[in-house]
Ligand binder design. Sequence first.
Ligand code: ATP
Length: 625
Amino acid sequence: MPKPKPDSNGRARENEPPDDRFQVEDPAAEELEQRSLTEVADQDSALFKLLGSSLAPYKRWLIMALVLMLGTSALNVVPPYLLQQAIDGPIARGEMRSLWWITALYGATALGLYGLTFAFTYFLQQAGQRALADLRSRLFDHILRQDHGFLTQTSTGELVSRLTNDIDQLNAVLSRSIVIVLVEGVTLIVVVVVMFMVNWRLALLSLAVLPVVAVVTRYFRARIRRSSSGERSAQARISAFLNEHLHGMTVVQLFNREDESEREFEAYNKRYREALIELRWHSALFLSVQEILSSVGLGLILYGGGQGVLAGWATLGTLVAFVQYTERAFQPVLRLSQEYNTVQVALGAAERIYAMLNTRPKVQDPPDPVPLTRVRGEIEFRNVHFWYVPDEPVLRGIDLHIPPGQSVAVVGPTGAGKSSLVSLLARHYDPRRGQILLDGVDLRRYRLTDLRRAVAVVPQDPVCLAGTIAFNIRLYRDDLSDEDVRRAAEFSNAARFIEELPGGYDFQVLPNGENLSQGQRQLLALARALALNPEGVLVLDEATSSIDTATEALIQEALERILRTRTSLVIAHRLSTIRNADRIIVMERGRIVEDGDHASLLARGGHYARLHQHQLMGVETKLAG
Ligand SMILES: Nc1ncnc2c1ncn2[C@@H]1O[C@H](COP(=O)(O)OP(=O)(O)OP(=O)(O)O)[C@@H](O)[C@H]1O
């Protein structure tokens, strides 16, 4: 069992997960905690820009909703006025006929209010939900176009959270807070004006507590803001923990680490619980104080207004109407304060979405792309330097010329830079210095879609999506016929295992290809590469782990055939693959240290000969056994 970490004073912190883990797990959460006041202005503008740009296409619906909302606010003051008229007029005079008319008007106003509320909600939802759906699509589309570096550095949980939770927060603002702020805000103004018009003395009495309300609101706002930011960061941490641990559940179970995992979860859960309780406590306290102040306001109007009726400067009807006006004046204040937290959360969400939408991919299309129609497959690396982290070079001055049609096996110890070299070829990243040319043109001058059609990549552990085998080969290219799919499967040797699956090409692959072996996934990826990129360069990262002998043989046979037909760069781990290649390059610490064919490199007795001796023969022997 891991011991609790000591704190700076050397004391053990019970049940407390190490802080360094927090820092890496959710930058957004940390960011929230450290937010300064100046950043709040950025948040506000992010929310306005996001909502503004998303709502712009639906402004007609929005204007309709706004007009109807204003109508609702204005109509809100009518019922108390009718009450006053009824009491001071027909009731005081005993005229039943006029009372009937006022009652009818009262009913009509109530109906009008329901109708208007329904209509503006309808228009607002039409605009709001469409705008949010557009924003979701815009964000997803933007993420799809990000570079490899961004996608490897940003956790899936974070991306999913942007697309779901954060957009939901904006939804809460659009479908509730905006209505409350506008309707209740305008109602407050109208009520105050009407109150002063009807009786300024009573108006002053009923609004006497408003300055106290303002001070109290200010006081609680600061507290709610802090505890709500604490709650969000605790929630982000618990989500990040769950995301990681649910993914890694198998390893936790295999090594009997359930108890430790549970203990760690308990610590996150405790923090989340405490943060939630603190937030709810502040909110409940705030609400109670508001209710008390509103009752004090009503008490004042009852007492002062009663005196007014006795003294003759107010009528009974005015007093009753003012009780209602006061309630209506306090309701906006209460509801606006309740919405404060929702708006705060949405501001943070908007800022995160906005920041993501403003992330520009480092790998982009050129302004004046060179067309790439027929690929010859000539590759040239010219003094290519690359690093992920400054001062930690991964490729140091690679010079390599591969003529069209040549198959090159890249070998070298782990960490030598082989995967980095081939990932530059598909422009997952761009070289930091130097250039890479395909058919004599710098890769950066081609359109990315053209380049990726010209360079097919088969990764070591290929991705399979949930769907049929045929879908996984076609990958949304519906113009590829069943015949094309079959031909690619046959040429890559995937057809043999596919035909043995129940349903063959209609076999349902589970998410992440869980019901296929690693070898089968690689064969499927090979078929996909051949179907989608029938010509051009093939880049393959051979699986390092041993694959079952039958699948291994299928892959080898397919590679032998494929390598003969096109320019290929294979990060090779199998001796047979290396032998089948026209040329072998040996990498070590970011440099090409040997270049030649199998026989000449063996004869040279250098790096390759040693690698061959120690590593490759081991793999081959294992294979043969
Ligand atoms: N995304 C990344 N961010 C930072 N460093 C990275 C990243 N990917 C690889 N590296 C580092 O770059 C170096 C070269 O890695 P690379 O994967 O290219 O080597 P390799 O020869 O393919 O190794 P292997 O055979 O184990 O796959 C390593 O030191 C690795 O830690």
